[in-house]
Design a protein around this ligand. Sequence first.
Ligand SMILES: *Cc1c(COP(=O)(O)O)cnc(C)c1O
Length: 459
Amino acid sequence: MDRPPDTSEALARAHEHALSWLATLPDRPVPPAASVADVIAALGADLPEGPTDPVEVIDLLARAAEPGLTAMPSGRFFGFVIGGTHPAAMAADWLTSAWDQNSGMRTVTPAATAVDDIAEGWVLDLLGLPAGGAVGFVTGGTTANFTCLAAGRDAVLTRAGWDVGTRGLAGSPGVRVLAGAEGHGSVDLALRYLGLGAPELVPVDAQGRLEAEALRAILEEGDDGQPTMVVLQAGNIHSGAFDPFDEAITVAHEHGAWVHIDGAFGLFAGASPSFRHLVNGYEAADSWATDAHKTLNVPYDCGLAIVRDPAALRAAMSMHGDYLIQDAAGDPFEKVPELSRRGRAFTVWAVLRSLGRSGVAELVDRLAGHARAFAEGIAGIESAEVLNDVVFTQVCAAFGDDDRTRDVVRLMLEDGTAWTTGSVWHDRAVLRISVSNWSTTDADVERTLGALRAAVAAS
Ligand SMILES: *Cc1c(COP(=O)(O)O)cnc(C)c1O
């Protein structure tokens, strides 16, 4: 072959399939129509012995996968905390794939680095976090927690005269880690990756907020000068509640602790003047983890690991290779666990460039406004009870006893108008609603409430 194969037809087909998928979102049932086995049967499980034209492959993939797709980008998907994809971010993501920049090294991919630098500054500015901080564009909240806590672990051990980078953890003074009793499981996972084991749990109040006085007592009780980290939370996945940052960070810093905040979806409260009070004082922490693929509405997978002291992040994440081209100004790969990496900052830049400061604030306000509308609508349903103070984007409701609540969760999924999930919060079965998609409309909320009323009536 003297010419490389033409890629334009496969891309044109992918574009067509993408647009027709997106066009189905307003009306298609949210749950998938096909099972894993159905999709495997439609795709064919045998590895082909020889080549197939890329156009044919894309057509097969689109056709066979379509029934097994969940309408996660639908304005009526309220499960987990999923986000949506803003059009500017999706289009930038397509370009990111076409450009295929391995974006780890500053001078090798200048466009990717420029966008990384700009987006870093914008994120810090928008959230009101320290201007000199570093932002690593990682794969998600879990990795952002890991990255920040790695920087914290190494920093507190270094202060204690122990270089974990060369000596490892065995024989070290160890690190004491304290976290609220309703922290996210990904924090425990990150601590496991870091060899630190499970955190000591600090009591929380009825909304799941860490009690600052309890934190003070626990810190005072056990303080023998051991290196310490305190993990706080912006946005409890059930209640949406925020820890009392001002008091908790002050207490933690009095004890020399590194303070990390897991704000996977809640950190962006800081970008809205109406919700900024929820994160009051959070800028005094040492590191912050958030997702761009949740509240900020870029496609998977994109998280932000934010660290006040760039040197601490670099100390934990950088490496050296004689074959690499490293720059004294610092390379993007020194802020993340991966060496080779996608140009994740392109989508973050695009959504911020498109929304602007007021647009991000308006997005946050709208998501929280929909959550409030859900709470009001649910309060008007027979036997329904909203269990949390709806301060942000999360609503937890119960419908009589646990069996009935679980029944309502099941009936909602069977109906398919919307996707809500079941969970257990404070020993009660709940139906959870999490609003995180820019495209959710008032009409989506109304339709979902209609489905919920019908499910409750049928339960
Ligand atoms: C989603 C979430 C995480 C984990 O983020 P991923 O992007 O799923 O890895 C961590 N903490 C909280 C509070 C979350 O909501």
